[in-house]
Design a protein around this ligand. Structure first.
Ligand code: FAD
Length: 608
């Protein structure tokens, strides 16, 4: 392997000075989960660990500022470049896609919102046949991955910021903290939720609580107010480990199997090389762990011969394991927007940066001490609301409509097992709809006059499949947004709720801009939902799900892939159902648990 070693050396970022011809563990993808698992497995100095990442390190200092969390700032160079297929639920529009391509993955570029789903969301996972994967089983890993930094005392006093630090860890690699500023209008918006009967939750981001308004934390250090992410938490501290290598700028093509279907090797190429040229093979002595994210983990599995038979046949890939769940069960949070104007807005407000130069200048001065409005990223006040709060008079009929459905709205690649999986999920969601222990919608607010409303428990499902004409091109991505009519019913109710919420903000003199007060019928509101809809809050997931095989699962509770040995998945693909939250803190917890499972199964047993 001397030539191989030389070639790899040039691209080695840090760690051991020697790339080995074989490693104990090969982790595919150095994103959020890949760096967590790479860190934990290399704690054992006797295990050689290689992480292979398509992207590069982003050393731009602005990427660790809170301002990098705003949607407009997400750097294109750190994202894959692909477009969805036309979305039939959204008038055949296509959409861009949020999938990170950088060391640290989504955690390097994301909106830094750092919350967890409701306990009920994770308990659903366990009920789908996954012992140990409920809220109780995951809480130790949520804690292990975090350190809580309390808010500045003066700001906490002024805004009555509440929290419960006992739900966080004290020494975990990722910091959960608060900005040092809030827009005063957020107080009025918060009160308006309370006026509509939505309670304030003392700790909403981390306690697994249900319908309520709460203070959200950011993935940010509490002192310097810098992005706290997989690279800073899990990679930078271990670059001197001799048994850990991170290789950047390489794309893993396939996993290769021995005759008894044991995963032996990965093949890879430098990312800008033409497909098929200079393919390098690296062997894994113990295990290959796929952490390439919701978009590429199913693609790598399918390219390797594991996936729905029809999809593999269409792409001329030899079928090793016919596993219909690979690339099915695709979920994301869709959302829609409603626009208002405040005629008597609170001062200052988010527009003040532009309209008030004194305010703007003082914000810049305060930021030199890491304080003030520039410490605010996406805003940290959030309402997550259950269906009975959204539509007290109509939620039972929505449940009845849902339970009368069969599988008629699922994409065509779904088979008997993946359909059975959706039916099991349908029943859990229907039960959740009837209570207030989890949310169907998220409305983040921070003083701005318009609102984005995210659907937290989508019923519509999409798919990720190999491109039949070129298996190395980006896969075919169908979001499936609003293909299930109950999702649309709920979003119509959410628009009606939002109007009640704005009406309760009397001090701000609210005026509806779009869809406009003339739109009152359900049909008109449905059109408004679709017109302003976006298919993704960048929370794609669930495409190699943790579920029994009979329900379309791809991995078992040990996270190993059905039908083969030596291969597991440790990223967001394994989620059976998207939790009602932003997804990053869940990925940290899942990856921490994955690392423990992997370590446990390879622990040497000494027999005297
Ligand atoms: C723009 C954006 C905004 C977001 N905002 C928030 C937010 O505010 N709060 C929140 O909680 N969550 C947010 N998320 C979601 C969250 O960041 C992700 O859910 C999480 O990071 C997913 O982790 P992962 O390890 O599964 O995948 P990723 O972190 O995406 O890592 C996958 C890695 O695998 C690499 N890879 C893929 N294919 C290959 C291959 N063939 N060979 C080698 N490497 C490969 C990719 O380059 C990538 O780095 C956001 C995500 C994005 C993209």
């Amino acid at each position: 392997y001397p030539t191989l070693l030389d070639g790899l050396h040039e691209r080695e970022i840090k760690g051991s000075q020697d790339i080995l011809p074989a490693y104990d563990y090969i982790i595919v993808g150095g994103g959020t989960s890949g760096l967590v698992i790479g860190n934990r497995l290399s704690e054992d100095t006797g295990s050689a660990v290689l992480v292979i990442e398509y992207g590069y390190l982003d050393n731009n200092p602005s990427q660790i500022e809170p301002s990098s969390s705003s949607g407009g700032a997400w750097p294109r160079k750190d994202l894959y470049n692909l477009t969805s297929v036309p979305m039939i639920g959204l008038g055949n529009r296509t959409s861009g896609v949020y999938a990170a391509a950088v060391v640290g993955g989504g955690s390097t570029i994301n909106g830094m919102m750092f919350d967890r789903g409701a306990a009920e969301d994770y308990d659903n996972w366990e009920k789908l046949g996954n012992p140990g994967w409920g809220w109780k089983g995951l809480l130790p890993y949520f804690k292990k991955s975090t350190t809580f930094d309390p808010p500045d005392a003066a700001v906490a006093n002024e805004y009555n910021i509440t929290y419960d630090a006992s739900y966080y860890g004290t020494t975990g690699p990722i910091h959960a903290s608060f900005p040092s500023y809030y827009w005063p209008g957020a107080k009025i918006q918060w009160q308006a939720f309370n006026d509509l009967g939505i309670p304030s939750n003392k700790e909403g981001a981390a306690s697994g609580g249900g319908s309520g308004v709460y203070w959200n934390t950011d993935a940010m250090t509490g002192d310097k107010r810098q992005r706290s992410y997989a690279r800073s938490g899990y990679y930078d501290p271990i670059t001197s480990r001799k048994n850990f290598n991170l290789l950047t700028g390489y794309r893993v093509n396939e996993v290769q199997f021995s005759a008894n279907l044991h995963a032996d090797n990965i093949t890879m190429i430098a990312r800008d090389s033409p497909a098929g040229s200079n393919v390098t093979t690296v062997k894994a002595n113990k295990e290959i762990i796929l952490c390439a994210g919701w978009l590429h983990t199913p693609q790598i599995l399918q390219r390797s011969g594991i996936g729905p038979k029809a999809v593999l046949n269409a792409a001329n890939v030899t079928v090793l394991v016919d596993l219909p769940g690979v690339g099915a069960n695709f979920q994301d949070h869709m959302g829609s927007r409603i626009a208002y104007q405040y005629n008597t807005d609170a001062q200052p407000n988010p527009q003040s940066f532009k309209t008030n130069s004194t305010f703007n200048q003082s914000s810049i001065e305060q930021w030199k001490q890491r304080k003030g409005p520039l410490s605010l990223g996406n805003g940290n006040t959030v309402a997550k609301i259950g269906l009975p709060h959204i539509t007290p008079t109509n939620y039972t009929s929505i449940i009845t409509r849902l339970l009368s459905q069969t599988t008629q709205y699922l994409p065509s690649i779904y088979t008997n097992t993946t359909k059975a999986g959706w039916l099991a999920q349908r029943d859990l969601i229907a039960a959740n709809y009837g209570g207030l222990s989890s949310a169907v919608v998220e409305i983040p607010f921070s003083g701005g006059s318009s609102a984005s409303m995210g659907l937290e428990k989508p019923l519509s499902r999409g798919s990720i499949t190999l491109s039949p004409s070129n298996i190395y091109a980006e896969p075919i991505l169908d979001y499936g947004t609003l293909t299930n009519p109950v999702d649309l019913d709920i979003m119509i109710s959410v628009f009606k709720f939002a109007r009640r919420w704005y009406a309760a903000q009397t001090a701000l003199s609210t005026v509806e801009v779009t869809p406009g007060v003339a739109v009152t019928s359900d049909e008109g509101l449905g059109d408004a939902v679709k017109e302003s809809a976006f298919p993704s809050e960048a929370h794609g997931c669930c495409t190699a799900a943790l579920m029994p095989k009979e329900l379309g699962g791809v991995v078992c509770p040990e996270l190993t892939v059905y039908g083969v040995s030596g291969l597991s998945v440790g990223d967001i693909s394994v989620l059976p159902m998207v939790p009602g939250s932003h997804t990053c803190s869940t990925v940290y917890a899942v990856a921490e648990k994955a690392a423990d499972l992997i370590k446990a199964r390879h622990r040497t047993v000494y027999r005297p």
